[in-house]
Design a protein around this ligand. Structure first.
Ligand SMILES: Cc1cc2nc3c(=O)[nH]c(=O)nc-3n(C[C@H](O)[C@H](O)[C@H](O)COP(=O)(O)OP(=O)(O)OC[C@H]3O[C@@H](n4cnc5c(N)ncnc54)[C@H](O)[C@@H]3O)c2cc1C
Length: 511
């Protein structure tokens, strides 16, 4: 039996689920197909030793009342049920260098952000205020970052470069490094990263910073619950492996690996852009488009070390640490030397449920090139498709975990005594669980010299096929959510989306 839908969404990453829910709320018959055993893409969590670990999402910004992500999640009807934990307001991100004991805070709230940094840089008040003003100005120029309003990109702003901007804000090298300290959040590249990528990311966390209690998969579960309430279907273990076109070059159905066919009027691809191009087929795409996409450089991948801690041995901390072996590393952290890996890491802790003063686990992540795992690139290992990669791979991963723990010990001398168990994920895990090209973390590198090169419309050359997700939009929970609203605006009309969001804002104001 072939089923027919108004909208078929390929991939249940955040962008796919948000798009599906926006359209299901309009009464459309929607179906989402996911290849994995677990929905959510980068929102997936896994469980070891009865603890929950995030694979991709560690914290979210803009979730306080009246802020942008709060408004979008309210529209999606998941805000009230989200269980959140606010991070340290005086420094939800802390930046450290080499053997220095100082951790420079990125605080929540613009005034507080300046105030907390002035304690370390007393002569930089005016420069810090200018920095904050510019961040907010740039964010206000972006369509939908203010939820409703602005329609078009301001091209001039797209060309601003992060490094040049930061250098123009202050001459103080240490402060420059501190302001850039959380650039792991966007895979910062000193020469190319546009300033808007920096601004949109840090603005979100300066507004507010939260962790999801029980991990990012909570967002997925709530979205799926809502989708089902609105009559949508969501299927896992359903990898789309074939597109079927009609004689008018319209996509008429897709087939899954297991041979099931799904017919729909319109399709949204939430999967990596290179994978969807393969499914469409070269001959149906403009050569110039294919060449452009194939010339994009992926953002680096990463290696994560998950440490299960012995109970009540290690104090929890309510912030993320971004550590660099030196100030200079900040500008080019993803161009690391293998010998000295990891010269930089992001470290976060999860508080124990019953004894929140103690941490139950730590997660440390650092950049890793796909090249390092190339020997095993032909292997695939997920819960849905289980195949061991072999002893050598396990040794490789344990070697890296050991290096990470040694690096962490420079900051936390007795850490090793608190470790009960060690788990890891490599670029191959990210590639296999997400389907991202070479396990890239956030899609493709944006370039301030040529910002339009990596900008893609949600519309494709195939009339009834639309795109969403981090490989074609801004990444991150906020970026991908906004991207999904923009994709749906192409399908429903921008006026409808604006009207719905305005109605929701009005209702929230009355509450
Ligand atoms: C290590 C790491 C840390 C991060 N930390 C944060 C953070 O702290 N805060 C934040 O805001 N953002 C963070 N992000 C980014 C954020 O998680 C992503 O930008 C966002 O979740 C991507 O959503 P997406 O819609 O692009 O879907 P993706 O997450 O890319 O999911 C795509 C989905 O499509 C499925 N799929 C692929 N091919 C097929 C197929 N053929 N058929 C069916 N299904 C298919 C995949 O299995 C997957 O479920 C992090 C990312 C990483 C990697």
């Amino acid at each position: 039996m072939k089923k027919e839908y108004d909208i078929l969404v390929i991939g249940s990453g955040l962008g796919g689920l948000v798009s599906a829910l926006i359209l299901a709320k309009e009464g459309l018959k929607v179906c989402v197909l996911e290849k994995n055993n677990q929905y959510g893409g980068n929102l997936q969590t896994f469980s070891r030793d009865k603890l929950i670990f995030d694979t991709g999402v560690h914290y979210l910004g803009g979730l306080s009342k009246g802020q942008n992500l709060h408004q979008f999640f309210s529209y999606l009807e998941i805000m009230e049920e989200l269980e959140l934990h606010k991070m340290d307001e005086d420094g939800s991100d802390r930046i450290s260098f080499g053997n220095e004991s100082i951790e420079y805070p990125h605080a929540q709230g613009y005034e507080n952000f300046v105030e907390q940094l002035i304690a370390h840089f007393p002569n930089e008040k005016q420069n810090l205020e200018n920095y904050c003003e510019e961040i907010q100005y740039v964010c206000a120029q972006f369509p939908r970052y203010q939820v409703v309003g602005k329609d078009n990109y301001n091209e001039e702003i797209l060309h601003l470069n992060t490094k040049r901007f930061i250098e123009s804000v202050t001459q103080d090298k240490k402060l420059q490094a501190v302001l850039l300290g959380s650039n792991f959040l966007y895979g910062g590249d000193s020469e190319n990263t546009p300033f808007y990528v920096h601004a949109l990311t840090v603005n979100s966390y300066i507004q507010s910073a939260y962790k999801c209690i029980k991990g990012g998969s909570q967002i997925t579960k709530l979205l799926i619950k809502k989708l089902r309430q609105y009559g949508a279907e969501v299927h896992k273990h359903s990898e789309v492996s074939e597109f079927i076109f009609n004689e008018n070059n319209k996509l008429s159905s897709v087939k899954t690996k297991s041979g099931k066919e799904y017919i729909a009027g319109k399709f949204i691809s939430n999967i990596e852009i290179r994978s969807v191009m393969k499914l469409i087929g070269e001959d149906r795409l403009r050569k110039s488009f294919s060449n452009r996409v194939m010339s994009w450089a992926p953002v680096s991948s990463c290696f994560s070390v998950y440490l299960v801690l012995k109970p009540h041995t290690f104090p929890s901390f309510n912030y993320n640490i971004y550590h660099y072996s030196s100030e200079e590393m900040v500008w080019n952290a993803f161009r690391y030397s293998k010998e000295n890996w990891p010269e930089t890491y992001m470290l976060s802790s999860t508080a124990s449920k019953h004894h929140p003063d103690y941490a139950e686990s730590l997660t440390a992540i650092s950049y890793m090139d796909f090249d390092e795992v190339k020997s095993w690139e032909k292997t695939i290992n997920t819960v849905a498709e289980e195949h061991e990669r072999g002893l050598k791979y396990e040794e490789f991963k344990m070697g890296k975990a050991e290096k990470m723990i040694s690096a962490l010990e420079k900051k936390i001398p007795n850490l090793r005594h608190s470790i009960q168990n060690i788990y890891t994920s490599s670029p191959l895990s990210y590639r296999d669980y997400i389907g991202s090209f070479e396990g890239n973390m956030y899609g493709y590198m944006k370039n301030s010299d040529n910002p339009l090169k990596t900008m893609v419309s949600p519309r494709t050359k195939i009339d009834n096929l639309f795109l969403t997700g981090q490989s074609v939009n801004m990444h991150g929970i906020l970026g991908v959510t906004i991207g999904a609203f923009n994709t749906c605006a192409e399908i429903l009309g921008k006026e409808i989306i604006d009207k719905r969001l305005k109605q929701m804002i009005k209702m929230n104001e009355k509450k």
